[in-house]
Ligand binder design. Structure first.
Ligand SMILES: NC(=O)c1ccc[n+]([C@@H]2O[C@H](COP(=O)([O-])OP(=O)(O)OC[C@H]3O[C@@H](n4cnc5c(N)ncnc54)[C@H](O)[C@@H]3O)[C@@H](O)[C@H]2O)c1
Length: 352
């Protein structure tokens, strides 16, 4: 008789870390390959479901599904974004969990932490953009924002631009800047770190790579600080003045159509009629596939904005799941031992 037991694997963030899943080089490669798979049409990517609980703070929980058709895996990211968490409660802004199911019988195969994969994805997407758009000899990177996304961005940028030597960081408080440095300096011992002590101009002016990853909604980054040849990765909401965009030689997005419906700088300009579809140079997958050129001169200022493609998260989750399973970490959990009416004592368990 066929067994009707259903089991799945559970992986906590610690299981994933112990299995070597915090491998930024691997995740950058997964992002590149998955962008190509998407272009080939081998990914199902329906609309996400959004539930916002507070319009002012944008506290929300989103449900983001995608299916890797070649791998026969359907996944869902269930992600919470609570922007007040860090400064009000000393808790992280974002937390996420994945469910992965196989699509031969439709059973779940894994439930796993999604915070590591989500945050790595944001950094890795910025790094894939930098690979095509930042100068090869980039040495100085500047940050506004010192939170989780900024940290991941630095690690990912270092993978594609190992020549980075100096990191300048500015945040709302000196404590945050120091924490960023204390946590990252041991991982990147060949880099010099400079805390800007809240001086945003000092962090950004003349940098080869600029990253804004803040919870602010204000034009923090000024156009005059962005030198010719600079690459700018915009991660948060409204973080730069409009001239940063208008002086850029190329604008690249992860997905322009999605960008036009959101609220960050490019979206605002689009809605104000200051940008049109013609101003977009490319979506990121077009650079990866070689359909459009990346950087073409040392003088170009290039603007990159990603709003997040959650099929990348599912692809990263699948990669982490395979690595963690191979490493023998995690727990196997039983979802059901048999079908409902197969339980021998079901007569005692039914309540009418
Ligand atoms: N594009 C994407 O795919 C994507 C994915 C996840 C998160 N995000 C966004 O990235 C941003 C950062 O997320 P996080 O998790 O790192 O947040 P976080 O709260 O951990 O960090 C935010 C940082 O912004 C700094 N900041 C806020 N206002 C500032 C100001 N006026 N001047 C200087 N620094 C200021 C804070 O000091 C802090 O260091 C958020 O806007 C988040 O919504 C984008």
């Amino acid at each position: 008789m066929t067994s009707h037991e259903v089991d799945f694997n559970y992986f906590s963030q610690e299981h994933l870390l112990n299995a070597g899943c915090f491998d930024m080089r691997l995740i950058v490669e997964v992002v590149e390959q998955t962008l190509l798979d998407f272009e080939q049409g081998s990914i199902m990517f329906p609309e996400k479901i959004v539930q916002i609980f507070n319009q002012r703070t944008q506290e929300r929980i989103n449900c983001l599904p995608a299916t890797m058709l070649d791998e026969k895996i359907c996944g869902m990211k269930w992600v919470s974004v609570f922007p007040d968490n860090p400064h009000k409660y000393d808790l992280q802004n974002l937390s996420a969990i994945f469910v992965l199911s196989e699509i031969e019988h439709g059973f779940p195969v894994a439930v796993m932490d999604g915070t590591l994969a989500s945050n790595m994805r944001v950094g890795a997407v910025g790094a894939v953009a930098a690979k095509h758009l930042a100068k090869k000899d980039a040495e100085i990177i500047g940050f506004i924002g010192a939170g989780e996304q900024a940290k991941m961005h630095l690690l990912a940028m270092k993978v594609v631009r190992p020549g980075l030597k100096v990191c300048r960081v500015s945040a709302l408080t000196s404590e945050e800047e120091q924490e960023f440095i204390d946590q990252l300096a041991p991982i990147l011992p060949d880099m010099e770190f400079i805390a800007a002590k809240g001086n945003v101009k000092m962090a950004m002016e003349g940098a080869d790579i600029l990253v804004t990853a803040t919870s602010a909604q204000a034009p923090l980054l000024k156009a005059e600080w962005v030198k010719p040849g600079a690459f700018y990765s915009h991660v948060g909401g409204w973080e730069d003045e409009y001239e940063v965009v208008s002086q850029s030689d190329k604008i690249v997005c992860d997905d322009w159509k999605t960008v036009t419906h959101r609220t960050q700088t490019l979206s605002r300009m689009y809605k104000d009629g200051l940008l049109s579809d013609h101003d977009l140079h490319a979506d990121l997958h077009e650079l990866v596939s070689g359909d459009k050129p990346g950087r073409e001169s040392d003088e170009e200022r290039i603007y990159f904005n990603a709003v997040g493609l959650s099929f990348l998260d599912i692809a990263i989750a699948l990669t982490m799941y395979k690595r963690a399973k191979e490493a023998g970490v995690g727990q196997s959990l039983e979802l059901q031992h048999e079908m409902i009416f197969e339980h021998a004592d079901i007569v005692n368990k039914v309540h009418l």
